[in-house]
Design a protein around this ligand. Sequence first.
Ligand code: PLP
Length: 438
Amino acid sequence: MSSELSTHVETLSLHAGWRADPTTGAVAVPIYQTTSYQFRDTEQASNLFALKELGNIYTRIGNPTLDVLEQRVAALEGGAAALALASGQAASAFALQNLARAGDNVVSSTDLYGGTWNLFANTLKDQGIEVRFVDPADPEAFARATDSRTRAYYAETLPNPKLTVFPIKEVAEIGRPLGIPLIVDNTAAPILSRPLDHGAAIVVYSSTKYLGGHGNSIGGLIVDGGRFDWAAHPARQPALNTPDPSYHGAVWIEAVKPIGPVAYIIKARTTLLRDLGAAQSPFNAFLTLQGIETLPLRIERHSSNAQAVADFLIKRPEVARVIHPSQQTGEARRRADTYLKGGYGGLVGFELAAGREAGRRFIDALKLLYHVANIGDARSLAIHPASTTHSQLTAEEQQKTGVSEGYVRLSVGIEHIDDIIADLSQALDVAGTLARAA
Ligand code: PLP
């Protein structure tokens, strides 16, 4: 069964992009651990290089195992095509570099994963691409920061640590009439949210997190929605509308027309991936496909367990504040309920009233939860950002990014909820002794 035969994510997660190996009948997706592919003849070889025919040339640019992963994630997102990459970082970088060149700019939400922030504020800046950060609480801030060199808007659906859902439709609608696509990192909310349905043009993933789900493979993807009109404002998107000297003068919008509305993603594959080489290994793609098979079930359990954890934490005297969409009110809650369906995801933050030392004690006392810098694993994970991921920031910068001294981030896994709560409870008892001693 392929994506044409079902619209249900439970079915697509298992079947999109693959039925069985035509030669051997193998049902599991084979790991095509090969660098290169035998051409039928010289005519086919030159057609492949000229994009007159699509097919395998060299694994840096494409591979059959990765192709299944790409088709599956594109189907889950309701997109036209996808590109798998070595990591989520490569996906965010390519998503913007595919449109913006030196002298151009991008307007981004301030609420970002720290690694993306660094990429935008430093590395892209060094490449001459300016990223203008705006507060997503006010969607109009995107319009105010836009000028004639703005090539894209960028945001995360469910950014941590704040866990305030991004106004996808509102910002997509500001950009569309100007020819500016909204690119959304949906890493923390697969299945729960499909940003393309709300007007986003491109979706980015770190598949390292929930898609893979088992903490064993770094990977990333870009999904092209196939619905954004890149040609409507040609001056706005020169990368797709003017001749590309790196591909014998191809104008991507024209060159890709016979293949479908996928100029954006074909360009990313045939130029950025070709030149920068951030290819994902076939073995990682295989493991990520294994993970995706159970993604809808896992997300359901991540969400219900995280909700139970939020409900438990709110009653504990050691906890000053719980950060979870279910605790939000007003516009933030409206956005959460508009853009997330079927649960609020697996992330929960909370603040220990007794501050930094209590945070450290809490983490050190955990027995079941792992203390790691990751999210989206089937196992429950915890981290104290003030003493780890955000320790290089000043107290003021930490506050801006939503990290207080006593903030603890949990990525709630799919273990039995009683075991998760028992571990949190005993660790809070330990952290609480500090508050009582003080
Ligand atoms: N985007 C988000 C929301 C993330 O949480 C992460 C990693 O933590 C990334 C992107 C980067 O992904 P990767 O670690 O696969 O490069």
